[in-house]
Design a protein around this ligand. Structure first.
Ligand code: MN
Length: 265
């Protein structure tokens, strides 16, 4: 159901309060974890994921909650409520669409302003500034919206990773949230997405993970037909959870060494 302004404001304030205590790079532990990719206003996928919260120690959302899809406000408010109610078990990372700039171009700004008036969008930008950028799960998995940045060759070199403002500021953070894997290259190549954004290959991924003491990259950002795709022989995965891209939305379950796609239709 479409939230009222009061519900919108209260959801943002409640989530901001718990997010403020989180670092830009989260250290997470969980035996059984569900990772959810881009939602872009797909409320059904959000509800489907959250209905499984009792089955998992953690649900990690990889960002891109709004823009484009039909139920952006509903996704935004219900996800923030879930975060506020389960701060330790619902993790909300920042995607490249969690910026004011992207929302001006791709729809969420208009959705908010049309519904609640011009003053309301400032609340959204202030919430974005509280979102963490990436997470390390069980000292093994690197969870981030886009992937490996060019330049830093380990997590240590990326530190200190800091939360951003209402828009992204740091070159490395922009890459973490925008870069894409590419099976056809070994290291880095330019991206069709624009300047300052890169494609990363198998060797770049292997080097970054191994220098960081990690095993696997889990990211979102690109629609894949069955919702989950493996890259580089299992060094990396893409998870995409929005049906409005003509794909079958899924999450990725992680339990020990097992990685299993979970249908979110
Ligand atoms: Mn994205």
């Amino acid at each position: 159901m479409m939230p009222s302004f009061r519900e919108f404001r209260e959801a943002i304030e409640a989530a901001a309060e718990v997010l403020r205590r989180e670092e830009a790079l989260l250290k997470l532990e969980g035996k059984r974890v569900l990772v959810v990719g881009d939602l872009h206003g797909d409320h059904r996928s959000l509800v489907s994921a959250l209905s499984r919260l009792r089955d998992y120690d953690l649900i990690v959302f990889l960002g891109d909650y709004v823009d484009r899809g039909p139920e952006q406000l509903e996704v935004f408010v219900d996800l923030l409520r879930a975060k506020a109610e389960n701060p330790e078990r619902v993790i909300t990372l920042r995607g490249n669409h969690e910026t004011s700039q992207m929302n001006y171009h791709y729809g969420f700004h208009e959705v908010v302003v049309r519904r609640f008036g011009h003053g309301a969008f400032g609340l959204v930008g202030s919430l974005y500034a509280e979102l963490p950028i990436a997470a390390v799960l069980n000292d093994s998995f690197f969870l981030v919206h886009g992937g490996i940045p060019m330049g830093p060759t380990s997590l240590r070199e990326l530190m200190p990773l800091r939360k951003q403002g209402e828009d992204l500021e740091d070159d490395s953070v922009i890459q973490l949230l925008w870069n894409d894997p590419d099976e056809s290259i070994e290291w880095f190549g330019p991206s069709w997405r624009g300047p300052g954004i890169y494609r990363y290959g198998r060797s770049a991924t292997r080097q970054f993970l191994s220098n960081s003491g990690l095993k696997c990259l889990i990211r979102a950002h690109e629609p894949v037909e069955s919702g989950v795709a493996e890259h580089f022989g299992g060094l990396a995965y893409t998870v995409f959870s929005c049906r409005h891209y003509g794909i079958s939305p899924a999450g990725l379950e992680l339990e020990g060494e097992v990685r299993r796609a979970v249908d979110l239709t």
